[in-house]
Design a protein around this ligand. Structure first.
Ligand code: HEM
Ligand code: NAG
Ligand code: NAG
Ligand code: NAG
Ligand code: NAG
Ligand code: NAG
Length: 507
């Protein structure tokens, strides 16, 4: 494929025409110099780069699949040139360990997608900061106030209440076609917004009414953030032109959401700064942030990151899990069997989940086949270092292809089959110690929301299965359910999962 075909196929030509030819020429000269001076020895192997675009033409719409295919040819640690950006991808437990453990200190910085390059907000970012003091403080605050055992316990009433509202809604809508993703997303977002702001922010909808603006806005942020074909990220000279309007578009969405939050923050802030306030009145995460003297921008940025990182990923995990259960009748019956045996009350309290080992094995199996964040979030080399005896130069972008590892026949017997049994007698877990199963990453950048995410996933799944029989619309055969994926910050089903819920006979 030549360069013009490549540019045309990827809709790069029209934005390019916007900037003057002279800048473009200047940039080509710069670029060519850079490529010819790539004298770094001992890079991980990879396909030969073309002039200017490097290996960009090899990255399709599903980079986890394209890099997995390149790794099959060149080995578990590969290097690619995407325009000016050098990218290294790990696709084996050994390579992942080299990156996330052995060299974790050097390889835990970040590249920032165009969507999140917002001048006023970026200095307050947890997700996109390098591992500096800002990042440390924010992680510490989240760990103690949101994700500690104590915090999780305090949140369990909210969690139960929100799942209760979901079940009520589904009972009312029995027999109708419901989009599972939408219902679960609403439940999770309301859980988070209740923990943070002390109120629900979304209504359950049956897909008939108008879509909620906040839901649309959050989806839009994720869409902008998932744009992998933003020219600026491959050619830093072009970054400031925001050719695809990604940075501006995201800011517009942010402004609308922040205006809504501002009202709540102001109200609470007045209370906290009043003379009658004492610290034991603090109820929400917002109260904690205000007490810690957070500015509005600090609050906006952190809450937006928690909303974006915490809802889409968790929703997808639930939806993929349900999809797999539907396709495998025997798995569904086993889960039901396990629940019947654990014949306590008819409600499942979050604290009881650990009594469902088979359900947990199912969840692991789903993480293996459908990790919701297939390449983890992009890491960046803060210093030059070595992994598996190859050089990783400073400023290299790094992906760990968790998706490819989950499907590697060298690691898993019959890797494409859904078999929760492979985890029932195994100690293998997803908490970052076992490098063949890393849905949350590992090392210092490991997902801080892991305990909360897992709790929600298990609780929602157990509640749905206990309460309802699930069927596909028009009596479609669940074993033939399509499982096509679509790449994004979190992998989603290409076709939304629509279900009919029918209340179960009591056991
Ligand atoms: C099943 C659900 C979830 C999955 C699969 C998941 C997965 C991940 C992954 C793969 C990363 C990147 C790790 C890396 O870059 O090496 C990450 C980061 C992060 N996640 Fe999650 N996550 C989930 C739920 C949550 C929840 C519920 C929250 C918060 C409410 C959350 C907040 C974050 C944050 C703040 C980061 C950035 C951490 C940093 O850069 O230091 N996640 N998550
Ligand atoms: C931490 O890093 C981010 C960018 O990576 C920066 O915007 C922020 O100001 C830094 N914080 C400190 C305290 O240096
Ligand atoms: C929309 O409403 C109609 C009738 O009000 C109902 O039959 C249909 O099931 C609803 N659709 C969804 C997706 O809920
Ligand atoms: C997540 O965000 C994407 C991006 O817009 C959206 O299309 C999708 O429906 C969302 N998925 C979930 C599960 O919320
Ligand atoms: C099911 O849930 C677990 C976590 O609770 C997750 O690891 C797994 O990936 C999910 N399965 C799928 C297919 O997403
Ligand atoms: C790296 O090099 C050392 C010493 O040259 C050798 O012992 C080791 O096996 C090599 N490691 C890999 C992964 O090739």
């Amino acid at each position: 494929m030549d360069i013009t075909t490549f540019l045309r196929d990827n809709n790069f030509l029209s934005p390019l025409l916007v900037i003057s030819t002279s800048i473009f020429l200047l940039f080509i000269v710069k670029q060519t110099k850079l490529l010819s001076s790539k004298s770094i020895k001992n890079l991980p192997p990879g396909p030969p780069p073309l002039p200017i675009i490097g290996n960009l033409h090899l990255m399709g719409d599903n980079p986890h699949v394209s890099t997995a295919n390149i790794a099959k040819k060149y080995g578990p640690l590969i290097s690619l040139r995407l325009g000016k950006q050098l990218l290294v991808v790990a696709s084996s437990p050994e390579a992942a360990m080299g990156i996330l453990k052995t060299q974790d200190r050097h390889l835990s910085s970040r590249t920032v997608p165009a969507a999140f390059q917002q001048e006023a907000l970026l200095p307050h970012s947890l997700i996109w900061s390098e591992c500096n003091q800002t990042w440390k403080n924010l992680r510490t605050l989240c760990r103690s106030e949101m994700f500690s055992t104590k915090a999780l316990e305090a949140q369990s009433t909210i969690r139960e209440e929100k799942v209760g509202q979901m079940l009520d809604f589904l009972r009312r809508k029995q027999g109708q076609v419901i989009e599972l993703e939408d219902v679960v997303f609403t439940t999770l977002l309301n859980t988070l917004s209740s923990i943070i702001f002390g109120k629900d922010m979304l209504q359950f909808s049956d897909g008939n009414g108008s879509r909620d603006w906040l839901k649309e806005s959050l989806h839009k942020v994720i869409e902008y953030g998932s744009r992998i074909k933003d020219l600026g990220s491959f050619y830093p000279v072009l970054e400031r032109f925001d050719l695809h309007g990604t940075t501006k578009g995201t800011m517009k969405v942010f402004d609308k959401v922040f205006a809504y939050w501002e009202v709540i923050i102001k109200e609470r802030s007045a209370l906290i700064n009043s003379p009658t306030w004492s610290s034991d009145q603090a109820q929400t995460f917002l109260d904690r942030m205000l007490e810690n003297g957070f500015s509005s921008n600090q609050i906006y940025q952190l809450v937006m990151e928690l909303f974006v990182a915490g809802t889409n990923t968790t929703t997808r995990t639930v939806v993929w899990n349900v999809s797999e259960f539907l396709r495998h009748k025997e798995v569904m019956s086993k889960i039901e069997e396990e629940m019947k045996m654990e014949k306590n009350s008819d409600e499942i309290a979050p604290s009881q989940q650990s009594k469902l080992p088979y359900l947990q094995a199912c969840i692991k199996e789903t993480f293996r086949l459908h990790p919701s964040v297939p390449l983890l979030l992009p890491h960046l080399a803060a210093d030059t270092c070595e992994v598996m005896n190859y050089t990783i130069p400073k400023n290299t972008k790094i992906f760990v292809n968790v998706w490819a590892m989950g499907r590697d026949p060298k690691l898993w017997e019959d890797p494409l089959s859904y078999k929760p049994e492979r985890f029932t007698d195994s100690k293998l877990d997803f908490k970052g110690q076992d490098f063949e199963l890393l849905p949350f990453g590992s090392g210092r950048r490991i997902c801080p929301g892991l305990p909360s995410g897992i709790k929600s996933v298990e609780f929602i799944l157990a509640s749905l299965i206990r309460e309802f029989d699930l069927a596909l619309p028009n009596g479609a055969d669940p074993s033939k359910l399509d499982m096509e994926e679509q790449f994004g910050i979190a992998m989603k089903r290409k076709n939304p999962l629509k279900l009919i819920f029918k209340q179960k006979q009591p056991y």
